[in-house]
Design a protein around this ligand. Structure first.
Ligand code: AMP
Length: 618
């Protein structure tokens, strides 16, 4: 009888843990890791081929979410429920994105507020953080299933120009996807690491990273010294990329077929499918001299020479941006020692050749330009995992430090993993008219609701001169010195009133406790985000209700009985909604009230202006 051997060891082995690098892109996203056997960075490829995951999220229903290439064709068939380019909205308020609203095929909530934007899909509302987390989850899932490993810790890249709020939003998206974000690094830094530039602490270099993606163009000038990447300047165009090259081809085809451009405005589906075909033509022309095709009755031909002639102005725009970046860095093109090419559109020969000619030297393009950022992120992740022994981690704060804000929420002022010494400040204001005292409660931890974090101290800034709510400007600064001692200062900027306190954040916390707190924050990330968005919606609803009540009282004579009753009914509905735990319902009711009261606000404005004009000649 033949013996069967069972490999018990194999069967009980735990999945290995991988620390990955993620490029969360506007058009495409990727995940990469350092292969332990070869020591080289690799991207995770589906079916061994495709490493790109299109940054597209499609909602069939709130519970059925599709991400990546499977979501792509819904751009044509179901644009309202298909979200793309969400990176453009990360960490932004509606005011920030208002002028670009026409660019998006989906619904951005048009409240004129400084709150972070939300996107409406059916009757649900999603923040760009939630939407990005769907993409991150997909990447994580892909890596875990392809590599049969567990991915918990990641490094995520962001553009060098991302501000604090955009970086924080990226971090939160990671957290929501159940990931521990070890570090957020700049995309150009990652791209240089992928080429091995900056890994040697002795190396000193000035480099340019030219990144032409699907929809954005960034040029960054970096100085590398002692293993530190300093961004000397950045420039670019947030609405210039491979898509514009596609659009140039579409326009050319329309003209040749005598079809008006307006057709595309009315026929969104034709517009999208023609664009996809133009992209195919553009990619073809990177290696061939001619593209020929058909689209229904339209002839879709184009030669490389015509393509280059049509798109030269786009490439020239990027050169103008390089000149601005060089001038900001107080450098000339000959002082740039290395040029790194990033982004799929740098495969276009005209782009590559024009940039090389501008700098008068060959560009670094041996790596896949779609993958370099993710590869570099994986290298950084490997360094953080301690696998590259000669690179030392600097002292960092193990947990985030922040204060309690309205709704019992934690507002992080110094994020965890910040190098120390460090300092940061943020401005706050009062929420009640005539408020004289402000309680400042300092917390440490990663959870969104303060009661789940560790309270370090509390003090009261008293004696604020009486002012209307929202008027005082209170700057709270955190200064964390090299010994880990935190000084918290609160200053009312209008009156100069100031108070401060010294705290020792690490005091009394063992390593195991710090670890547990981090673990909790990951385990509870999803619940926390839900609670946070619910609390935020409730706080916002209460403010809207307060404002509406004030408005009715003040302008009673301008509203008809019917209008006042209409407003009251919507206010009651909103009050009832705030008593529930349904964030989307609160949002819907808030929208309804805002929508209903908007014309009255205009009426009041007109009355005020009318009053002011009385007796004046115009
Ligand atoms: P990224 O955002 O970096 O993934 O860049 C995507 C852009 O690169 C899209 O506009 C693609 O059409 C474009 N792209 C990808 N491959 C090629 C190629 N071989 N030639 C020209 N453009 C390309």
């Amino acid at each position: 009888m033949a013996k069967i051997s069972i490999n018990i060891k194999e069967a009980t082995i735990e999945k290995r843990e991988l620390i990955a690098g993620i490029d969360l892109g506007t058009t495409n996203s990727l995940i990469a890791f350092v292969n332990k056997e070869t020591g080289l960075a690799e991207t995770v490829k589906e079916d061994g081929k495709n490493s790109l995951v299109p940054s597209i999220v499609h909602f069939e229903s709130p519970d059925k979410v599709i991400v990546g290439s499977a979501a792509r064709h819904y751009l044509v068939t179901d644009p309202q429920n298909t979200i793309y380019s969400v990176k453009r909205l990360l960490g932004k308020s509606y005011k920030d994105v208002k002028e670009f609203e026409g660019y998006f095929g989906y619904k951005i909530i048009d409240e004129d507020t400084e709150q972070l934007v939300k996107i409406r899909v059916g009757n649900s509302f999603y923040s760009p953080i939630e939407l990005s987390s769907f993409i991150l989850k997909e990447l994580r899932h892909r890596a875990e299933s392809v590599l049969n490993a567990e991915v918990r810790k990641v490094v995520i890249t962001v553009p060098a120009y991302f501000n604090d709020s955009q970086r924080q939003a990226t971090r939160d998206a990671g957290k929501l996807a159940g990931l521990e974000v070890l570090r957020i690094i700049n995309e150009p830094t990652a791209a240089s690491l992928a080429y091995g530039i900056g890994l040697d602490p002795q190396e000193e270099k000035t480099i340019a990273v030219y990144d032409l993606g699907g929809g954005t163009f960034d040029i960054s000038i970096l100085k590398i010294q002692n293993g530190i990447f300093e961004v000397l300047s950045t420039n670019g165009d947030t609405f210039l990329g491979g898509d514009d090259f596609d659009r140039a081809i579409v326009d050319y085809w329309l003209e040749h077929n005598h079809v008006s451009k307006d057709t595309l405005h009315t026929d969104k589906s034709l517009s999208q499918s023609l664009r996809l075909q133009a992209e195919e033509a553009k990619i073809h022309l990177s290696n061939h001299d001619f593209y020929s095709g058909k689209h229904d009755s339209l002839q879709c031909n184009i030669s490389k020479a015509v393509f280059e002639q049509l798109t030269l102005p786009l490439v020239e725009k990027t050169i103008a941006a390089i000149l601005r970046a060089l001038s900001d860095a107080k450098l000339t093109s000959d002082l740039i020692e290395t040029i790194v090419m990033v982004g799929g559109a740098t495969r276009i020969p005209l782009v590559k050749n024009t940039v090389a000619a501008f700098f008068g030297k060959p560009v670094n393009d041996s790596l896949n330009p779609d993958e370099v950022v993710a590869l570099g992120a994986a290298i950084q992740a490997d360094v953080l995992a301690g696998n590259q022994k000669d690179i030392l981690l600097l002292d960092v704060t193990p947990l985030s430090l922040g204060i309690e804000t309205i709704g019992d929420l934690m507002d992080v002022i110094i994020p965890r993993n910040s190098k120390i010494p460090t300092s940061a400040a943020r401005q706050y204001t009062t929420s009640v008219d005539g408020q004289k005292n402000l309680k400042i409660a300092v917390y440490q931890g990663e959870r969104d609701v303060v009661k789940d974090n560790r309270k370090l101290a509390e003090f009261i800034l008293s004696g604020i001169p009486a002012m209307p709510a929202g008027f005082p400007k209170i700057e709270i600064s955190f200064i964390l010195n090299a010994d880990g001692i935190l000084k918290v200062k609160a200053k009312e900027l209008r009156s100069g009133l100031e108070q401060s306190i010294d705290i020792k954040p690490q005091y009394g916390l063992t390593d195991a406790e710090v670890e547990q707190m981090l673990l909790d924050s990951i385990v509870h990330a999803k619940d926390d985000m839900k609670i946070r968005s619910l609390l935020e919606a409730k706080t916002e609803a209460n403010q809207v209700l307060l404002a509406a009540e004030k408005f009715i009282k003040k302008n009673a004579e301008l509203l008809s009985a019917e209008e006042a009753a209409g407003m009251q009914a919507l206010m009651t509905a909103l009050k009832q909604a705030t008593a529930s735990d349904d964030k989307d319902l609160i949002q819907v009711k808030m929208d309804e009230l805002n929508e209903y009261s908007r014309p009255f606000a205009h009426k009041v404005m007109d009355a005020v202006i009318g009053e002011a004009m009385k007796g004046k000649k115009v």
